[in-house]
Design a protein around this ligand. Structure first.
Ligand code: ADP
Length: 601
């Protein structure tokens, strides 16, 4: 194996191993990551259903308590009285009579109100007068009454319209609550029939639910309300209870309730913020802990009725996921270590195998080269002995045939003389073939090393040697110089140019003087030399064959030759790492011989 081929082969195989290894690591990572996210998502879904069950239970409680209050005949009578007083005293807050009924109502519900707060986490008990919603008594804020909330408390407005109990989430002027509302009926003493007076509303906040859930699920739970929703629904003085710190400018939300302070760190996470309004589960890093955080939209009463409405906020549940995340990270580190280790191991084995293989190959090559050199030397010896030994008797044959011809001069008839001439000609041609064959076998076997050869000078010498033939044929020869300095053995390069230019003159067309053009071009780092003629041309099927030993073209019988010249040319060019070929002359007639040689540099 050549010394440069070894590192190249090693680099190529290493690259393949590296790409395979990297692909394997990537697939491993992607699979592990999606498994981790799946687990995270499943845990998130569990927390979400826990939250939803707690919501449903709270609604059921609120509705039950509202029914409990609204079904007390004493309370019904007081609200009816209040209603009549407000009507008589100009609506709104009413006057003295209405105030007296309000105080009585507050006294009547006081004990139950305290028990409801204690036992059920109730935050709000509110009596509304129909139609729509006119606040008669906020037991939880007794100093605020008489305001209309028709455009705000849709649960009340709807219940006062169709007298059906309802539940739902609504943001009031004071706080956002989970509300249960029932219609309040009262016996009219005059008409002795039940009359619809208004509605009772019992509300709870999220806080007690979240604390219970946190304890039961071991997870943080928080309610985020959209800033624009809160700003639009609540009285400004009550918005302040969220502040400071619960409104985050990037989150555009208020923290309505949370079971843990961690929520303030979570809402600061940019990844968390980027999923606003969508249901999503993500790992969020808080300090050294990783939480699996699930966020899903929160719809209020109107939003539940009309799914096209934007959610009023979102619910966030989170559980410490550091252990699972740690396992996932650890797995990835091991994955990477295994990957690197496997790569290094394969590289080591590969290196060893290639080294071993290369050493064996080199050894074998050395043995083969030695064998080849030996047999070449023997062959060369054999060729020179044979040709030398053949030349002597051949020369004798030719000389003695000449003597016979001279001795019998005048005594031979025409036919016999012709036979003798054929025999002498054949002998001479055979002698020429033997010496050319010998020259062919010696190319590249001589000890001369390649050196820079100026092609301009070589062509000039060759043209001088061919000058009588050029004059005889009236040839027009153009050298489009300057020709380059190439690498080669000077004698070989001269022989190459002699053969090509000699052929261009020899194989001229019978009807026109030869026009020959020598030119050159730098091509892909080597020189490409062209010899174009307007001669007889060569049939395409012979284009490859004429470069073989003893192969001659169509003019074999008309033009003297041995079929060795182009085989010699090919061998000379290939000895320098070049190529030689022939094409039809693009100018129409004749041939175009081209060959490449390395430059002297
Ligand atoms: P030789 O000229 O002794 O026959 P070569 O090996 O030089 O042997 O050429 C082989 C054959 O290629 C020739 O016999 C001839 O048919 C063809 N040939 C070579 N050069 C040319 C040329 N310039 N134009 C046409 N034919 C050519």
């Amino acid at each position: 194996m050549a010394r440069t081929a070894f590192p190249r082969l090693f680099a190529v195989v290493s690259l393949v191993v590296l790409v395979t290894d990297a692909a394997f690591l990537t697939v491993n990572y992607v699979t592990a990551r999606s498994a981790y996210h799946r687990t995270l998502h499943q845990e998130g879904e569990k927390l979400r259903s826990g939250f939803e069950v707690a919501m449903a239970m709270t609604y059921a409680n609120m509705l039950q308590l509202a029914t409990f209050i609204g079904s007390d005949p004493a309370i019904q009578a007081t609200v009816l009285e209040g209603r009549l007083a407000v009507d008589a005293e100009g609506g709104g807050a009413g006057g003295e009579r209405a105030a007296a009924a309000r105080r009585r109502l507050a006294d009547q519900v006081q004990t139950r109100w305290e028990a409801m707060q204690r036992e059920f986490g109730v935050r709000q008990l509110h009596f509304h007068l129909a139609p729509g919603s006119l606040s008669f008594l906020r037991v939880h804020a007794p100093n605020k009454f008489g305001d209309r909330m028709d455009d705000l408390r849709h649960i009340i407005v709807d219940t006062n319209r169709d007298r059906q109990p309802r539940t739902g989430l609504e943001t009031g002027r004071i706080y956002t609550g989970l509300r249960g509302v029932t219609p309040l009926m009262a016996a009219d003493p005059e008409k002795s029939a039940l009359q619809h007076v208004g509605a009772v509303e019992v509300g709870s906040s999220f806080e007690p639910i979240l604390d219970t859930l946190d304890r039961r699920l071991g997870a943080g739970v928080a309610i985020l309300l959209a800033k624009e929703h809160v700003d639009q629904a609540m009285w400004t003085e009550f918005i302040r209870r969220y502040l400071p710190g619960s409104s985050d400018s990037n989150c555009s939300c208020y923290v309505e309730a949370t079971s843990r302070e961690t929520i303030y760190r979570i809402i600061g996470d940019p990844l968390f913020q980027s999923y606003r309004g969508q249901s999503v589960t993500l790992p969020v890093q808080v300090g050294s802990q990783t939480f699996g955080v699930t966020r899903f939209p929160l719809h209020d009463y109107l939003g539940m009725r009309d799914q096209g409405r934007a959610p009023v906020g979102s619910v966030v549940v989170w559980a410490d996921n550091s252990a699972t995340y740690g396992e996932f990270r650890e797995g990835q580190v091991f994955n990477l270590i295994y990957g690197v280790f496997a790569f290094l191991l394969v590289e080591l084995l590969l290196w060893g195998a290639l080294r071993f293989g290369a050493a064996r190959l080199r050894k074998e090559l050395a043995v083969r080269t030695a064998q080849l050199e030996r047999s070449n030397a023997e062959l060369s010896n054999f060729a020179s002995i044979v040709s030398h030994d053949l030349q002597a008797p051949l020369r004798q044959v030719v000389i003695y045939l000449g003597l016979i011809e001279r001795k019998l001069l005048g005594k031979l008839d025409e036919e016999a003389r012709e036979y003798l001439d054929f025999a002498i000609g054949g002998g001479k041609r055979m002698s020429q073939m033997i010496s050319e064959l010998l020259a062919f076998s010696r190319i590249g076997r001589q000890p001369q090393a390649a050196e820079p050869v100026a092609l301009d000078a070589v062509v000039a010498t060759v043209l001088r040697d061919l000058s009588s033939m050029i004059a005889e044929t009236g040839a027009d020869i153009a050298v489009e110089g300057p020709l380059p300095v190439v690498r080669g053995v000077p004698g070989d390069i001269a022989r190459l140019m002699t053969n090509l230019l000699g052929n261009a003159l020899k194989y001229r067309a019978p009807d026109r003087p030869p026009v020959i053009r020598v030119s050159c071009r730098r091509d892909d780092g080597v020189w490409r030399i062209s010899v174009a003629d307007n001669g007889s041309g060569i049939r395409e099927e012979l284009h490859d064959r004429i470069f073989d030993l003893f192969q001659r073209g169509d003019q074999a019988n008309m033009v003297d030759g041995t079929g060795i010249g182009l085989a010699v040319a090919k061998r000379i060019v290939e000895m320098q790492g070049g190529h030689i070929w022939v094409e039809p002359n693009p100018e129409g007639r004749g041939s175009l011989f081209r060959f490449t040689l390395p430059g002297a540099e």
